[in-house]
Design a binder for this molecule. Sequence first.
Ligand SMILES: *Cc1c(COP(=O)(O)O)cnc(C)c1O
Length: 376
Amino acid sequence: MGYTIPLFDLNFDHQEEQAVMEVLRSKWISTGPKTIEFENLFAQMLGANHALAMANCTVALHLAMLLANVKEGDEVICPSLTFVATANAIRYVGGIPVFADIVGNDNLNLDPKDIEQKITPKTKAIVVMHYGGFACDMDRIMGIAKKHNLKVIEDACHGPLSEYKGRKLGTIGDVGCFSFFSNKNISTGEGGMLVTNCSDTYEKAKLLRSHGMTTLSYERAKGHSTSYDVVELGYNYRMDDIRAAIGIAQLQKLENDLKKRVGVRKNYEDSLGSIEGITIPFTAYPHFSSNYIFPVVLNNSTREKRDYVREELAKAGIQTSVHYPAVHRFSIYKDFYTPLPRTDYVADNLITLPMYAGLKQQDIYYIYESLNKTLK
Ligand SMILES: *Cc1c(COP(=O)(O)O)cnc(C)c1O
């Protein structure tokens, strides 16, 4: 509100409106045909065997922990430079989050060396988060997981259609989790998706999503079954058809939206590349990325200096953010604190600049000028 250039711009038009109206008029508004269609489209797009639509990504991550059989006292290695939900999911099942450091200012993803150093006999799983849609070093991480018999959960919230060596992010580990919160690449208001290639994992996730019940009310309404059993202590983590219909409309726009984002990133790299004193993470990145956000890191800086730069940009009408305040420094995580110098530096000196498909070259030039002037 009130910014000339917002951080993010929702890619909505009459297509989402029509999709919602169609569902409202059909009178089936909870989990049903649109949800199944959305899941099938999503799985197809990713080349995954199964996709399960969820109420949001946080609950998908919770189920991922249950599916990985993480129990009270089990250790799960995770990043700290992520949204807090990545670590909270570990706590929901009584697991111990063991925070690992990032590679550095130019690669904000988990460092495989630090992951390996933090493995103990209690380690059960690794959660990776593909920052901004840029893939973690999955060859090394999957190798470490295999060697130590660990499950791998991908928090792929930033990366729908992002790739790693020809494979889509979210389909490389045991379970992948996506978010369709308003400001993500795909927006449904609230929403998420759990992706897996394993049929048993999928069947169990489907039970847990809906109270552990053996049938959905949509299936009963269709006459496919008349009763049900309850075989797991499940939850209500379902998505409804209103949101699924918005998701389908969004999926149809996704490829084109991501193509434009590639251009936006290139414009940014071309203009900001000449500014001294900043690092643009993931330059020369070799795979396709969804470019969910565009981060820059100030070199030889401090938190105070970074906050000053953000204030000056705000005065110029440019909205910025910080992805992310480090999770291991939050009050609620003080018992799990471990020193992470590279994460600390980035959390204190990173600025997320505006990123959306419709961001114009002249906007980027204006951002460049404002940033350059402030840094001088
Ligand atoms: C958005 C986000 C989440 C949480 O997703 P919700 O759908 O809001 O629950 C988790 N992890 C990361 C990395 C995110 O960006």
